[in-house]
Design a protein around this ligand. Structure first.
Ligand SMILES: [Zn+2]
Ligand SMILES: [Zn+2]
Ligand SMILES: [Zn+2]
Ligand SMILES: [Zn+2]
Length: 351
């Protein structure tokens, strides 16, 4: 049978085939067929159909409205008959033991021991399978799969958002640690400054005292030069006493300060702190949580009944009334809450 068809890439990756006009194709022109002639077993475009009609008026032709009467394209046939495991082989047999289609390779490799392996042409028995119903089933699965695909796409998007959020959290954590380190650094510098201030104050006191004593001694020394050899007995007496007293003081001062206390400042880094920091492998941990999420539209989970017991909730004073249990649920502490509605019964009065 001469069928000329072309495979076209339609929306998405859907493959569909269409037929080309046979005479036009012979002249290397691609022209979609509009009619199929059951007598010529050929396809014709609108133009060629006119010519065909003039020549073969009695031939039976089928237009686009009757494509179900057009032959199956070679592509469709090849696609259906191709073995899933061996791409270059055609499915030719059916193994009843495994209920599996097989090509020669499959039959040889996997079904050599099987008892009921027959040619497909021999296995075709009974009424034709309801392909429409199978097609509807496929549609349902395609819809479900698309929904699943959408779910994954959305999930991927939310993962990206989550990733950026966590990235921000990490940067934020680093900023917080920087702030803490800045504060610790400032505290250490402040401590250094405070200690320096108190050391400087103590050195300054020594400098002041020393200079005061020097001044007094110098003043006395100058004064002695003024009165020496002047024969002033009283003044000489006072001066000598004052000078001796100051000399005594200076002597005591120098003895006291003979051993000097030298102060220094050193910064000793906290090695424990540094070691602890260098041992850390990260600013924190990355925790991956996984949980089962039922998809919208997924059937409710099937619960198996594990036990059954009956209780009488009737109270004697309820004898005249009827009660309906409208709702029931298990509380967190394993107590059962039952919602009961009172139903009024209006009795017929008999005279
Ligand atoms: Zn024809
Ligand atoms: Zn044509
Ligand atoms: Zn195979
Ligand atoms: Zn088998």
């Amino acid at each position: 049978m001469a069928t000329f068809s072309q495979t076209t890439l339609g929306k998405g990756s859907d493959l569909f085939t269409d037929f080309c006009c046979s005479p036009c194709l012979e002249h290397k022109i691609d022209q979609w067929a509009e009619f199929y002639c059951d007598n010529c077993l050929k396809f014709y475009c609108a133009k060629c159909t006119n010519l065909h009609g003039q020549w073969f008026g009695t031939h039976v032709t089928y237009g686009r409205g009757d494509t179900h009467k057009w032959p199956v394209s070679k592509e469709v046939e090849d696609f259906i008959q191709k073995c899933d495991l061996h791409e270059d082989k055609r499915l030719e047999m059916f193994c009843n033991d495994h209920s599996q289609l097989c090509c020669n390779n499959c039959a040889f490799v996997n079904h050599r021991q099987c008892a009921k392996v027959a040619l497909i042409s021999e296995s075709v028995k009974g009424p034709l399978p309801d392909l429409q119903q199978i097609s509807r089933k496929i549609q349902t699965f395609l819809e479900d799969l698309e929904e699943l695909q959408n779910y994954w796409d959305t999930h991927m998007q939310s993962l990206k958002v989550l990733f950026n959020k966590q990235l921000h959290e990490i940067t934020d954590t680093r900023q917080k640690i920087n702030t803490i380190l800045d504060k610790i650094e400032q505290n250490t510098i402040k401590e250094l400054e405070d200690k320096m201030t108190s050391l400087r104050a103590s050195v300054k006191t020594n400098v002041d005292n020393c200079s005061k004593l020097q001044n007094k001694l110098k003043r006395l020394s100058d004064t002695i030069h003024e009165i020496v050899d002047k024969g002033k007995a009283e003044l000489s007496f006072i001066a000598s006493k004052k000078c001796l007293e100051k000399i005594k003081q200076s002597e005591a001062y120098l003895i006291e300060k003979l051993v000097q206390v030298e102060s220094s400042l050193t910064f000793q880094a906290d090695s424990d702190f540094q070691q602890h920091l260098s041992k850390l492998s990260g600013l924190g941990r990355i925790v991956v949580c996984t949980q089962a999420v039922p998809l919208p539209g997924a059937p409710d989970q099937i619960l198996a009944v594990q036990g059954k017991s009956e209780y009488n909730v009737n109270i004697p004073s309820d004898a005249e009334k009827r009660f309906d249990i409208r709702a029931i649920c298990v509380l967190l502490n394993d107590q059962i809450l039952v919602v009961i509605i009172q139903i009024m019964i209006i009795k017929e009065l008999s005279y």
